[in-house]
Write a protein that binds this ligand. Sequence first.
Ligand code: SF4
Length: 182
Amino acid sequence: MSQALREFLMRKAKLEKLFKWGVRWSLWPVHLVTSCCGVEVAHTSGPGFDAERWGVLPFHTMRQSNVILVEGTITRKMARVLKMVYEQMPEPKYVLAMGACAVRGGLFWNSYHVVQVDTVLPVDVYIAGCPPTPEAVIRAFMMLHNKIKGQPGPYIEPTKVDLTPYLPPPPKPQQKPAAQAA
Ligand code: SF4
């Protein structure tokens, strides 16, 4: 749909409510599985929890998806891929950061090459846990439903903690060996 047609339908034809209803029940996530959290998403989509009841239908290409579900650790190298995938998704699009690793680095919080997802993309909902349960994943999608509806919440923003005092001191520069005596 062209941008002009979409704007016409939204403003002139007052179809915004219908459009949002359609988006809410068509949340098709692209799974960016980098670590163990991905296993719980398989569980969420299985017959036990059946997330498809809420319109959460796993898709295989980012060009047909409107949610990016970041499942696990994001390294500096992977951050570039994350951004590339996000840029290929059509609007409107949403980001869910799943698990302690995606939210704040988790076990690898002080690693030199692990980044937090919200430093790369705008995160809509954070999912706490290691790994988060299928119930937590479904709750996150419900929170996204509310956000699209214009009634956001309840959100729990992760607390920003300054971990610098707990980091090991930087290594001392190595001294050059003294010139050997002749
Ligand atoms: S949050 Fe836990 S389960 Fe998820 S990727 Fe990190 S270590 Fe694995």
